[in-house]
Every structure is written in structure tokens, then in C-alpha cells.
Design a protein around this ligand. Structure first.
Ligand code: MF3
Ligand code: CO
Length: 248
């Protein structure tokens, strides 16, 4: 069963979501050549702490940090450390927070300095695919309307859709039902209803969709070493369509 939230519960999720949007505004200017991913992580942790919230990922199944920092061929779950960003990199920043009993979860992929046009194009399409998916999150649609819109946008631009990771329901838990694959058949899947809250996340690759997991059991890389771009918003399905909760 897919849990549905009351308007009051959605208001709480919006507070968590707004904190993430503010966090990204705060971190974005720090994403420059020379900074380490550990520095970004400690800044994010401090920001969340100062706002009386809790980082959602730290300690989750043993994950050691507040942010996931996924550089270039890293799809998701890059662990912050002493690696320095360099001009031309792209970096995915993924963060979840818990405030007043409710979670929000979002991700963006950002350029570091000047990046090649092919990398910018990948980021643009991954974000557009997420937005196309969000656009399908209306009462009366089916879950895989979201999936199919994402798949069409990504594959239509010549990219591939990662199979091994999916979006998810979110609310009182970081991961709730349903799983939301980024590929699927339009018009199928569970009915979407008012009050459902979903984390819609696109993981879109330049080359193969196949992944390789490092020995740390987290870091997910593209199997062919080409670039990947990740975007994620937490949204609520309302009578007048999707509301993005992780925006200002
Ligand atoms: N946005 C990802 C997710 O919802 C990040 C999870 S990282 C983890 O699954 F450490 F919390 F697993
Ligand atoms: Co997520």
C-alpha cells in the first residue's frame, strides 16, 4: 500500500524540503575547483544542524556522511572524502533531511568551473527528464506514466536509464512504497492519488546503463566510465497537480 499524507503532514515535508533547497543555495557557490568533497559535507552537516534538523543519510544502513558527492562517472552514493574538485568535473550532490518527523530528499548535478558541452547536455536532459516525470504525478494517472515520461526524455536524447536504482515514496520514512523505476510502460502501475509523496530521481548515463559498485559497497559507477547525471525532487500529489516540496 502506498501511504497518503494529510495536508498538515505535507506542510511538514515542505519544511524539510525547503531546508534542502536552502542548503543547495548555500553550497552551490562553494562548488569550485580545489574544494574537497569532505569540506562540502561538513558544511552541509553544520547547516542542517544549525537549522535543528537531522541528516537523513548519515548512519542509514551504515552510510558515513551527510551528502552523497558523486563525481563524473559516479552515478550515486559517492562518499565524501579528500578528493578535490577540478574544473570540468560534474558533481551530483544528494541530501536528505529529517525535521519534525518527516523526511525530504533531493539531488542536483552541478558543473565545476567550465565543463564540456557534452556534459552540460547530459545534465540538462537528466533534469528535464525528472521534470517530465514530475509532470505526470497527477491524481488519476498511473505510476509508470512517471517512469515512461522519464525514459522517453532520456532515451529520446540518446542517453540510457540506470536500472539498478529507482525513485521512491518518502514521508515518515526515507524510503516508502512505491519504488519508482525510471523506465516503464505508460498507463500501467498503481493509481496515483492525492496525498502521495514521492522522491522522483533520474540517474541518466551517456553510455551504458550498467553499473559497477566499488568495494566500499556504496559508490556506484558507470560500467564504461562515461558520465552520469542525477537529479531528484520530493513532490506531493495534490488535486491541482504535483507540488515540488524541495524548492524555495
Ligand atoms: N537519494 C538516495 C536515496 O533516496 C540517497 C540515499 S543514500 C543513503 O536512496 F545513504 F541514505 F542510502
Ligand atoms: Co532518494
Amino acid at each position: 500500500m502506498i501511504p497518503r499524507k494529510t495536508p498538515l503532514e505535507i506542510t511538514k515535508m515542505r519544511e524539510s524540503g525547503r531546508l534542502i533547497a536552502r542548503l543547495f543555495e548555500h553550497i552551490r557557490p562553494m562548488v569550485q575547483p580545489g574544494i574537497t568533497t569532505a569540506q562540502l559535507d561538513s558544511e552541509a552537516e553544520m547547516f542542517i544542524d544549525m537549522n535543528n534538523a537531522k541528516p537523513a543519510f548519515k548512519g542509514y544502513r551504515g552510510y558515513p556522511a551527510t551528502l552523497c558527492t558523486s563525481i563524473n562517472d559516479c552515478i550515486i552514493h559517492g562518499i565524501p572524502g579528500q578528493i578535490k574538485l577540478k574544473a570540468g568535473d560534474i558533481i551530483g550532490l544528494d541530501v536528505g533531511v529529517l525535521m519534525d518527523g518527516f523526511y525530504a530528499d533531493a539531488a542536483v548535478t552541478l558543473p565545476v568551473g567550465e565543463v564540456p558541452a557534452h556534459a552540460r547536455a547530459l545534465m540538462r536532459v537528466s533534469e528535464a527528464a525528472m521534470n517530465e516525470g514530475i509532470g505526470q504525478a497527477i491524481p488519476g494517472n498511473r505510476l509508470y506514466d512517471i517512469s515512461s515520461a522519464i525514459q522517453k526524455t532520456a532515451e529520446g536524447a540518446g542517453y540510457s536509464v540506470v536500472r539498478d536504482f529507482v525513485g521512491h515514496g518518502i514521508g515518515e520514512k526515507l524510503h516508502e512504497e512505491p519504488q519508482i523505476p525510471n523506465y516503464g510502460k505508460k498507463g500501467t502501475g498503481p493509481l496515483l492519488e492525492t496525498g502521495m509523496t514521492l522522491a522522483i530521481e533520474t540517474m541518466i548515463n551517456q553510455g551504458t546503463w550498467k553499473v559497477r559498485i566499488l568495494k566500499d559497497k556504496w559508490t556506484a559507477l558507470t560500467a564504461d566510465g562515461r558520465l552520469s547525471a542525477h537529479f531528484e525532487h520530493t513532490i506531493a500529489i495534490t488535486p491541482d497537480g504535483p507540488h515540488i516540496l524541495t524548492a524555495l
